[in-house]
Design a binder for this molecule. Structure first.
Ligand SMILES: Cc1cc2nc3c(=O)[nH]c(=O)nc-3n(C[C@H](O)[C@H](O)[C@H](O)COP(=O)(O)O)c2cc1C
Length: 432
């Protein structure tokens, strides 16, 4: 079967971290999938893996220095940038992410990043505390806003001996992302032609227009906002659960916007990667729908605005066994019972002045279903989107929504980054 990466030109950037050795496997897998690969390394990366390894794997020179060059006439940061279809940095160190975010250009990777007009993909890998640091989180958020694709790191045992988030996404996951994200490869650049004829491609054009960075304001100073986010896990034995692909990105964007508006912000989050939980908010981690409801109820008295963005499982398994279910050769049946409806429960008990906003992910009759939910759950607004649209799926960085408000207003927000959608939601409810 022909690989979707066949013939693609990939610049693989490698930075200085223990996971640099995994870039060798990634390089090899890309080559096996038919991609042409060139490797650029930071000086730190060359302390972890020798350029010779990549030269052998790619049968091409490795770019390790902006100023010290084998070929005096070639400016690799320009010629490689014109050559490549996609620039993938794996592993991406905290240092290199910071350079990308601030526009420095003092090594092959940061110089290429600024010169490159195609899509950039970063796969961060670092110690949990480094990843979780406000500076790294802010850099990642900024890069996302500028259209950089981020392949989230996973949780696990790190090279430093700690256990937590920051582990480089698996090579399979990175390969899968590259092969199954068509927007990475959409380009109007004739990259196969002469480099001199390469026309400019707008920066930050991953899937939605970039969002301008707005200054901090105090429009919600003194107010408390509670946002539910992410999926829930409903276990049907001690090691298996029912869930959905919610990434928590919309909840994270709403949290950032609430914080930007100076609100005291609670984020009640189902299981998502740690690096998607914004700094500055009070984060309450839960697993199941029942736990999410308890956490929300415990905080409800002090909240002014509730935003129910979590993709809560509507069902859970009745009486899950306490032991792991074993194969018996026979099929099994699970009895599902309804989970509590968090938005409905809070909507029915809300005090005067409290505002509740829900989300509706619909596959058909969006307006009718959304308005029905707003009524039933006594919401003040509902944000509806069509989840059958492949551009704006669960794990996407962008969305396209219609906001229905209790006062009859209907606001369509065309395809935009989730940060922009979050802004529009807060703008819309400001008048309520
Ligand atoms: C053994 C060792 C492992 C390291 N692992 C990482 C890592 O996984 N991620 C990271 O961001 N930095 C890591 N560092 C720190 C980076 O190497 C350091 O910040 C360096 O300046 C990164 O440079 P670069 O971004 O130019 O590659 C490690 C350092 C050492 C000594």
């Amino acid at each position: 079967m022909a690989s979707t990466l066949d013939g693609k030109r990939i610049i693989l950037g490698v930075t200085g971290g223990i996971a640099a050795y995994k870039a060798c496997d990634l390089c090899s897998q890309l080559r096996k999938a038919g991609a042409e690969v060139r490797v650029a390394m930071t000086t730190a990366a060359t302390s972890f893996v020798a350029p010779l390894t990549f030269e052998t794997l790619t049968q091409a020179p490795v770019y390790t220095s902006v100023l010290h060059r084998e070929t005096a006439w070639e400016m690799e940061h320009i010629s490689w940038a014109k050559w490549g279809d996609v620039f993938v940095i794996a592993p991406a160190s905290a240092n290199t992410l910071a350079k990308f975010a601030s526009g420095l250009a003092d090594d092959p990777l940061s110089t290429l990043y600024l010169s490159f007009e195609g899509r950039t993909v970063v796969a961060p890998a670092m110690n949990t505390v480094m990843l979780d640091h406000a500076a790294t989180q802010a850099n990642l958020a900024l890069l996302r806003e500028r259209g950089v694709h981020v392949i989230e790191s996973g949780e696990g045992m790190l090279a430093c001996g700690d256990h937590g988030a920051g582990k480089l996404a698996s090579v399979d996951r990175i390969m899968d992302y590259l092969a199954t994200t068509p927007s990475l490869w959409e380009t109007d650049r004739p990259v196969r032609g002469s480099s001199a004829s390469v026309p400019p491609t707008p920066k930050g054009t991953s899937t939605a227009p970039a969002t301008p960075i707005l200054p901090q304001d105090d429009s919600l100073a003194g107010k408390t906002v509670l946002i539910t986010s992410g999926p829930t896990h409903e276990f049907f034995d001690p090691v298996r659960f029912l869930s959905n692909p919610s990434s928590g990105k919309m909840g994270a964007a709403l949290t950032m916007e609430a914080l930007r508006r100076s609100a005291k912000t609670h984020l009640v989050s189902g299981p998502v990667h740690l690096n998607q939980l914004p700094k500055g908010a009070e984060v309450h981690r839960v697993t199941t729908a029942e736990q999410m409801l308890s956490a929300v109820k415990a905080l409800a008295g002090s909240v002014d605005i509730f935003i129910f963005c979590a993709a809560v499982s509507d069902f859970r398994v009745a009486d899950p066994p306490t032991h792991k279910m074993k194969r018996t050769g026979n099929s099994i049946s699970l009895t599902l019972i309804e989970n509590p409806d968090i938005a409905h429960s809070i909507g029915c008990q809300k005090k005067p002045g409290q505002i509740t906003i829900g989300f509706a992910a619909e596959t058909d009759n969006m307006e009718q279903h959304a308005l029905g939910k707003m009524e039933r759950k006594r919401l003040d607004a509902i944000v509806a989107n069509d989840v059958t649209n492949p551009r704006i799926g669960f794990e996407s960085d962008s969305n396209e929504v219609t906001i229905y408000l209790r006062d009859g207003r209907k606001i369509f927000v065309p395809h935009a980054a989730k940060a922009e959608i979050a802004r529009k939601i807060f703008e819309a409810v400001a008048d309520l």
